[in-house]
Design a protein around this ligand. Structure first.
Ligand code: FAD
Ligand code: SF4
Length: 455
């Protein structure tokens, strides 16, 4: 009909299956053997290497690069995995431009840093290709530890505990283990079955029972775990998403970015519903990830709107560049004020420009603009809903997350916690380190208890 405005132009297959598969190919092509050797030869093998200092998991970077340079690829992979059992995932998803590669002494105006992340991936990929299990469980201590959540924090903790000879039971609410490695990281960073093969490497050492479909707070509670096990580690990540706090947040076409990202990771990409015009609200990596992936799925326009300035965006400069080179338009200094709909279907999002007032506070300027939208993705952060922790005693929280000390001990003497459910940077590599540190601390606690019991 002439003049008719079509509301909700959302459909699957905006691009051919081949185009979609091409768009979702590797963000960084893997290094060839020659490239790996050439790149490792660029390393200066610095004493007190700043790259190792900058690595949250303390990987001996020059040590593993030297092994690659001498052709000992399995040795290199083993050095990486000894410190970071998810060294393969981290080689793909770590913001290296803000960690090890940023501080690499080769990172000067005349040169560029050694590509540490890609070398890490090269070595660990090779270990997986050779189907080598470099670790084995330590002699049985007779102690049994419960781990809640099979994400990077929980899996890393379980692996280190098993290496130290403790038996571990992991309770995971989802059907598949891996946490956000399996359900959240961008599909073009985590190709194929990378998350699953890493879980295989971890669990295969023995002494780890993985129970999926088991939720803390529903199927059992913290009191049950503390009664049955010698110690407990909590790594349940973020289990809630922040709301915009405006009307119409639940109408058709409005999604939580993390829920849709999970569909991108788990479903056939050709069948996903994709809007012609997509709007994303948020400034962190989740916002960038959904924006880039919607563009790769064939959305005609994708506009990411952030309420503050570019420098305040949580997404790294590299991630912002990835978004822009994929055709995402980034608009800053604007906040959503209204979601417009017709027949319960999203039609447009209205924004108000923002500015920083003389007190340093962000305020709306009163000027507005509207973006037509078939789909709107909310990516303004995830948080911890502490209700699953309920019990006779509850671990203390700080800033809405579980309060864990430097050894990742909570306020309860036999309970540790780490990863996104505790304070700190929300990164895979940080969650892995938390799990590792907690396991070492749990081991000390169990050894002291054993000593006292036999003393
Ligand atoms: C969209 C997105 C993209 C990201 N991209 C990157 C990136 O590129 N690089 C990077 O370094 N980091 C990235 N991150 C952050 C990174 O994924 C997290 O910091 C990391 O996964 C945290 O690990 P975790 O083990 O604490 O939590 P999670 O990975 O969330 O794992 C927690 C596990 O606990 C389970 N669980 C929850 N509640 C319960 C319960 N009640 N009982 C039992 N089990 C439960 C969950 O199902 C889950 O499996 C990204 C995050 C998101 C959301
Ligand atoms: S800082 Fe750069 S050059 Fe020095 S050891 Fe690390 S990777 Fe090699």
């Amino acid at each position: 009909m002439a003049g008719e405005v079509k509301i909700g132009d959302i459909r699957s297959g905006r691009l051919s299956a081949d185009e979609i598969s091409q768009n979702f190919s590797d963000l960084h092509a893997p290094l060839t053997e020659l490239q790996a050797i050439q790149e490792s030869a660029r390393c200066l093998f610095c004493h007190d290497a700043p790259c190792t200092e900058a690595c949250p998991t303390d990987i001996d970077v020059p040590g593993f690069i030297r092994k690659i340079a001498s052709g000992n690829i399995i040795g290199a992979a083993k050095s990486i995995l000894e410190e970071n059992i998810m060294g393969n995932t981290c080689g793909n998803v770590c913001p290296v431009e803000e960690l090890c590669e940023q501080v690499c002494v080769k990172n000067t105006s005349e040169d560029k840093p050694v590509v540490i992340g890609q070398l890490q991936r090269y070595a660990t990929d090779y270990l997986f290709e050779c189907s080598i299990q470099p670790f084995q469980r330590g002699p049985d201590t007779g102690k049994h530890v419960a781990v809640v959540g099979a994400g990077p924090a929980g899996l890393s903790c379980a692996h280190r505990l098993a290496m130290l000879g403790h038996e571990v039971s992991i309770f995971e609410s989802r059907t598949e283990p891996g946490g956000l490695n399996e359900y959240g990281l961008a599909a073009y960073k985590m190709l194929d079955e990378r998350a699953a093969r890493e879980v295989g490497l971890i669990v295969d050492i023995g002494g780890i029972n993985l129970e999926t479909g088991q939720s803390l707070g529903t199927d059992f509670n913290l009191d049950d775990l503390r009664r049955k096990y010698d110690a407990v580690f909590i790594g349940l990540g973020h289990n809630a998403v922040n709301a915009l706090g405006i009307e119409n947040e639940d109408i058709d076409g409005v999604h939580n970015a993390v829920d849709f990202i999970e569909r991108i990771r788990q479903e056939n990409l050709d069948t996903l519903p994709v809007g012609r015009n997509v709007v994303v609200i948020g400034g962190g990596n989740t916002a960038i990830d959904i924006a880039v992936q919607m563009k790769k799925l064939g959305a005609e326009t994708v506009t990411l709107v952030y309420r503050r300035g570019v420098v305040q965006m949580g997404a790294t400069e590299f991630e912002q560049t990835v978004a822009q080179t994929n055709g995402v338009l980034i608009r800053t200094q604007a906040q959503p004020v209204r979601i417009h709909s017709s027949d319960n279907q999203l039609r447009a999002v209205e924004f108000e420009y923002t500015e920083i007032d003389s007190n340093g506070q962000m305020t709306g300027t009163g000027e507005a603009f509207e973006l037509p939208a078939d789909q709107l993705f909310k990516a303004i952060g995830q948080s911890l809903d502490p209700s699953p922790l309920d019990g006779a005693e509850v671990p203390a929280l700080v800033g809405g997350r579980i309060n864990a000390d430097p050894n990742r001990r909570t306020s309860l003497p036999d309970v540790w916690a780490g990863g996104d459910c505790t304070a700190g940077l929300d990164l895979t590599v940080v969650a892995v380190q938390d799990g590792k540190i907690a396991a070492q601390s749990i081991n000390e606690y169990l050894s002291i208890n054993e000593h006292l019991n036999h003393g």
